[in-house]
Design a binder for this molecule. Structure first.
Ligand code: P6P
Length: 338
C-alpha cells in the first residue's frame, strides 16, 4: 500500500486538500477529476483483461485521423464520454476519436469547463502488451455560461489549462496530474479500487542522459535535428559529455512518463512527411507539456514554448520537444544554429 508521509491518500482526498489550498477553487474541479478517475478504473479493467477477452484487434473503422480504431480505443472513448457527460461541470468535450466537439446531452446542465482527451494513446501497441495511456486536458470555457460549449472554448493556448494529466496502463496503472500547483502521481491499487498517492510533488531532473525519438525518421529530418541526434549519441570529451542512451517505446504517455521520472528528452519533430509534426496540440502536446513544465521541465516546438501556441484547429498537430530543461535547451541550440 503506497504510503506518503505514512498516510494513505486517495486522489479524492488529495484533490480536496489541494482545493483547500487553492483560492477560489470550487467543488467543480474536484468532482471532475473524481469522475475521470472512475473512467480510468473502468478502462484499466478492460485493458488489463484485453488479452483474455475478444477486446484486442481493430474495429476495421478509421478515426478522424485516418488511423484504424482499435476496439479498446472505441471502448475508452465511450467510457470517458459517458462518465463525464452528466456531472454538470462540462459544457462540451473533444476527443481524438471524433472530428467535431462532443456536446453535453440536452437533459444535463452545462458547466464551466471543457474536457479534451486522447482516450487511448499509443493504441497501436495494444496487441503487443506495451504500456498505453489516456491523456486529458481541462480548460475553463470562454463563452457565456449555461449555453452549449463552442469551438472557441477549446481553441485556447495551453497556458490556459486549469488541469491536465494522463493515466498510464502498464505494469502498474498510474494517474499523473497537475492543477497548476505541482505534479502528483497516484498508483492504482486494484485490491481496494483506489488511486493512492505514490509520487508526491514530482520534479523532473534538470538534465538527463536519455533521448527518446523514432530514429527511423532520421532521413526525413532537417539538418539541425540530424546534427542534434548525431551529437546526442556521441562522447564529446571537450564538452565533458558522454553518449546519451536511446529509449523509444512508441507510446507517448510511456515515453514522456519515463522522461518525467528519469530526465532527458522526448522528441517528435517535424519532418518532410509530417511537416507540422505528428502529435496533436490540444490533447497530447499541451497536457503533457503542462505536466512537464509544472515538474520543472520545458516543452518546445523547436522555436517556441508549446503552451503559447494559439490553436486554430481542433486536431492540429505540432512538433514536440519535451523534457529536462537542459536537454530541451540542447536540442533548440542545434535546431536554431545558423
Ligand atoms: P511513430 C501513438 O500512435 C502516437 O500517437 C504516440 O503515442 C507516439 O509517441 C507516436 O504516435 C509514435 O509515432 O511514428 O514513432 O510510430
Amino acid at each position: 500500500m503506497p504510503l506518503v508521509h505514512n498516510k494513505v491518500i486517495t486522489i479524492e482526498r488529495h484533490i480536496i486538500e489541494q482545493q483547500e489550498r487553492s483560492d477560489g477553487a470550487t467543488g467543480d474541479f474536484s468532482a471532475l477529476l473524481r469522475d475521470m478517475a472512475l473512467a480510468f478504473k473502468i478502462i484499466n479493467r478492460e485493458v488489463m483483461q484485453a488479452g483474455l477477452v475478444d477486446a484486442l484487434g481493430a474495429t476495421g473503422q478509421e478515426n478522424v485521423q485516418g488511423e484504424i480504431v482499435q476496439k479498446l480505443d472505441e471502448f475508452a472513448n465511450t467510457v470517458i464520454y459517458r462518465a463525464m457527460d452528466h456531472g454538470g461541470h462540462l459544457c462540451g468535450m473533444a476527443s481524438e476519436e471524433n472530428a467535431e466537439i462532443l456536446p453535453i446531452p440536452k437533459e444535463y446542465r452545462c458547466g464551466k469547463y471543457v474536457l479534451l482527451f486522447d482516450p487511448l494513446d499509443g493504441s497501436s501497441n495494444i496487441d503487443v502488451n506495451v504500456s498505453i495511456g489516456t491523456i486529458f486536458s481541462i480548460l475553463k470555457r470562454v463563452t457565456p455560461e449555461d449555453t452549449p460549449g463552442e469551438l472557441q472554448d477549446f481553441l485556447q493556448p495551453g497556458y490556459k489549462q486549469i488541469a491536465a494529466g494522463y493515466t498510464i496502463y502498464g505494469p502498474s496503472t498510474m494517474l499523473v496530474y497537475t492543477a497548476g500547483r505541482g505534479v502528483y502521481g497516484f498508483t492504482y491499487d486494484p485490491s481496494v479500487g483506489e488511486f493512492l498517492l505514490s509520487h508526491d510533488d514530482i520534479r523532473i531532473p534538470e538534465h538527463g542522459s536519455i533521448y527518446s525519438v523514432n530514429e527511423g525518421n532520421y532521413h526525413k529530418w532537417d539538418a539541425g535535428m540530424k546534427r542534434y541526434i548525431d551529437w546526442a549519441k556521441m562522447d564529446v570529451p571537450e564538452e565533458d559529455k558522454k553518449a546519451y542512451s536511446l529509449r523509444y517505446i512508441g507510446s507517448m504517455v510511456a515515453d514522456v512518463h519515463r522522461t518525467l521520472l528519469y530526465g532527458g528528452v522526448f522528441l517528435y519533430p517535424a519532418d518532410i512527411k509530417s511537416y507540422k509534426g505528428k502529435l496533436r496540440l490540444l490533447y497530447e502536446a499541451n497536457p503533457m507539456s503542462f505536466v512537464v513544465e509544472q515538474a520543472g521541465g520545458r516543452a518546445s516546438n523547436g522555436q517556441s514554448r508549446v503552451l503559447e501556441i494559439q490553436p486554430e484547429k481542433l486536431h492540429q498537430r505540432t512538433p514536440l520537444i519535451v523534457g529536462s530543461p537542459k536537454n530541451v535547451d540542447e536540442v533548440e541550440r542545434f535546431l536554431n544554429a545558423t
